[in-house]
Ligand binder design. Sequence first.
Ligand SMILES: Cc1ncc(COP(=O)(O)O)c(C=O)c1O
Length: 415
Amino acid sequence: MATPESQHVDIPSIRDDFPILDREFGGEQIVYLDNAATTQTPDQVIDTIAEYYRQTNANVHRGLHQLSQEASVAYEEAHDRLAEFFGASGGREEMIFTRNTTESENLVAYAWGLSELEPGDEVVMTEMEHHSSLVTWQQIAKRTGAEVKYIRVDEDGYLDLEHAKELITDDTQMISVVHVSNTLGTINPVGTLAEIAHDHDALIFVDGAQSAPNMPIDVEEIDADFFAFSGHKMVGPTGIGGLYGKKHLLEGMEPFLYGGEMISRVTYEDATWNELPWKYEAGTPPICQGIALAAAVDYLDEIGMENIHRHEDALAQYALERFEEFDDVTVYGPAAGKQRGGLVAFDLDTVHAHDLSEILNDYAVAVRAGHHCTQPLHDKIGVTATARASFYIYNTRAEIDTMIEAIDDARQLFG
Ligand SMILES: Cc1ncc(COP(=O)(O)O)c(C=O)c1O
């Protein structure tokens, strides 16, 4: 009989695309459940990288020779492909390649925040922000005299929307919100928050690090002013991520980094800027990584983002169901049966998260332990660390069973 996870996608054939999943430690096949940190890479992306270095490698926009032209075209077209993937009708002009979500956050905070914010202005975030936005806006606010406010997270792991409506006023200039929490798994109503922001002439920055890999995204439907993502969390390589921005906003902002590639004309006195998106891509860009990222989204589209979302939700629900067997396990975020991203953070009364993750490693089960870059949220819920299992398209219920058995063994050991 088909299991829920296999109804929409052919998991065995997907697993065949990921050579690393065959690795064994101590005779046990790896169970990789740390996908919210970094996903694994399919042959299709690995082959694109190898092919690029075998056939095309050259610097872009700098040479008239054949290799440089081919690399330039492929790199530029990768921007169009990512814009298309996220529903940005402005194409490459609205798609800047960065190193990762963190750099995208910093780009907007520096390029927009430093010149636009002043004392009396407010930046609204949520209590579940990742450090990449929380620390960035906190520091930019300190430098500009703006104030940072946080939308409350309730006991069930949801944003308190009434509180959001109270906090967001005409003093608010920017709302920076995580789309899917990397700790709670909560899927935040970013479209509703965008509406509230725009009613007050504020902008909204959506941290899509955990949503971009896991669900269909249409930045125009959300009406996000900015949307950030990381390639390494969506079967792409490390060193590449992106920032979608509405064209008129990107045109109006000053560059974040200065140097080669981002200029139009330079004299000893001054310089003018290149057109979008190159104005924001100073120096030699991540050429191979950008091209490989386009291959990554081709791969995801082939499976279908709806299918990926359904699969992950099914795995998260199954994990929650299995955790219910233990009365000494606390699970964080929306309850079983409620929509959530494909991750579950939890902790045991008897075993510290770090010890647990070490024990699971003996079973070749990879989970993450720590504060997951949401230290203030951990302070709020009163724990210093949690363990987190996060799933992707190649994971199975059998792997969750293996994790649960290993957790049970750890409980016996420490209990
Ligand atoms: C919600 C969220 N935002 C931002 C980031 C930062 O991503 P990166 O380290 O790729 O910049 C992460 C990474 O875990 C994340 O989960």
